[in-house]
Structure formats: structure tokens, C-alpha cells
Design a protein around this ligand. Sequence first.
Ligand SMILES: [Zn+2]
Length: 322
Amino acid sequence: MAEHQANACEILSVFYSSRHPAIEHLFVIFNFDFSNSICSGWQFAIAMVSKCFNVRCDFCGQSIMIFRMKKLKKILLILAILFLTFFIIICIPENRKEIKTKHFTFLFSSSIDTIKIAELSDVLEGNYLRIGNDLKTTPADNIETNIYAQRWRYIKATKNWGGSGNIEGISKLHFVEQAWGETDIKKVAVHEFAHTVTLKLLLDHEPQPINSKDFDKKFSTFPTWLWEGISVYEAQQFVDPKSLPFLSNGSYPNIAELNNRSKGGKIYKVGFSVIEYIIDQYGQQKLLELIISYGNISKVLGVTEDVFSKDWYNFVKQKYLK
Ligand SMILES: [Zn+2]
């Protein structure tokens, strides 16, 4: 039985010469090997072969399935129907409900229980003055709070693929009902609301009238560790340091690591104690100065970032790791 090796060049040539009379059969080859890590998952290849059903993979040389073109046409048709169905579903606007409270307007998927929204509104209204007072600013008057039952609807509305919530200026919040890494939707809501209050504080200290383009550029430099730290602290998203191996074994993160959301998002786990440490050691006023200075630790706290991280870790050790 003839044997043929598929490679990337052939994949291209078949694509562009599939009507050539010399081609007797056009096969789509799905190569899979679950036992061998060389080929992880599915390798997709198209190869031109003649009466050949034994096609070897260049990568692992194992397990191959062959589909004739007829089957490929069926598969493509099914995929096209699925894609069209999906496209129609995402284009149908969602049925949403609205509830207004003193400072918030809740717009939420109709499948979310109204009682849940009522509980959420109590929590947000209860935190409205408290967080405004903590950060010495007045939050926006009426905050549009969008809550999504499905993550894809949240992504469609916000274009935010990596998170479970975000803000749009000082008067708009978005978040999903089921957040990643946080089971309590009330904390997610307070966390996002605290972001709007932090942003309001920054805007209060900008020369008026604000040039939004210049401000956006400046705001993009605001450090993640402080931005997320404040929200984690205000939403009481405390994670016991004893449960975090990198704290109990002494390899505490530095500021650069806390600024990196993609490297395990450590700021979400330690943000509470970082802000708690600043308030405990330096006071609320210094925290506000730190925010207004865009996290300039050496200027506001008079220590280097490395010393700050070390001192914070000692505080954590004393208070939580004994
Ligand atoms: Zn956040």
C-alpha cells in the first residue's frame, strides 16, 4: 500500500490546484495521537494521495484518519450551518430588565433572578458613600450597571475577553453573573464600582477642562498593582496568605510581578494586604497621594519598590503567617 507523507507545502499546493486532472483523490487527513505528546490534540492536514489510505504523519508517524472529499463537503456544510445558526443567535438582541435605585440603574439579562439584583443594589448603595469617603471623592450620580447571564454576551458588549468585569468611564459598569475566581457576585459589583471611584479621584485632580485623549494616554500608565489592589481591598476580596504557597514559602512577588495580570494575577490574591499595609503603615492620606501620583512609591512613601515589597511581606508574615 502506498504511503505518503503530508507536509505544509503540500497542504498549500492542494488548496490551489484541487481541480487539476492529475489528482485522483483529495483527502483530508485528521491526524491524532492521544498517547504521544509529540502531536498534541488534532493536527490538520490536506494531502493529495492516490488510492492510499495509509497516510503517515510527518510529526509523529502515527494514528491517521482519512476522510474523502464527499465527507469533507458534508462536514463543511454542517460547519456552515452551525456558523450561520451561531451568527443568527448572537445577532438577536438580549431580553433585558431594568431596575433603578438611588445611585444605580441595573440593566440585566432577564434570566437573572430579580431578587439577586435587589440584593446587589442594597450592597452597592451601602458601599456608595463608604468608598467615596475612603477615596475622598464623590462617585458619579447615576451608575449604569450591566449584568450578563452569559459570558459571550458580556464579551460582545465590552470586547473584553480576559476578565469577568470592567468599567467604562466613571458611570458604567459591566460584569458577568458567574465571574472567574470570585463566587460572590456582590464582591464583583463592589470591585468594579471601586474602579469607577478611583477613576473619579484621578479625574478630580486633572486640569479642567479634561482633554480625554491626553488623559487616556496618561491613564494607561496607571499601575495595575494599585488599580486592582484598591478594588480588591474595597470589595473585601481577602485571600488568606496561609493558603498562598508563594507567601508561605517566602517567595513574595515584587511590584513588577504584581503589575503582570497574566502571570497568575497575584495582585488579585494579595491586593487586600498590600492596601491594608499601606493604610496601616502610612495612613489613608498617603494612599490617596499614591493614587494621585500614579503609584510613585519612592516619591510618596520614600522607599524603593523593592524595600516596599519586602516591608509589605514582613507585615504579612507578622499578621497572617504566624
Ligand atoms: Zn479589577
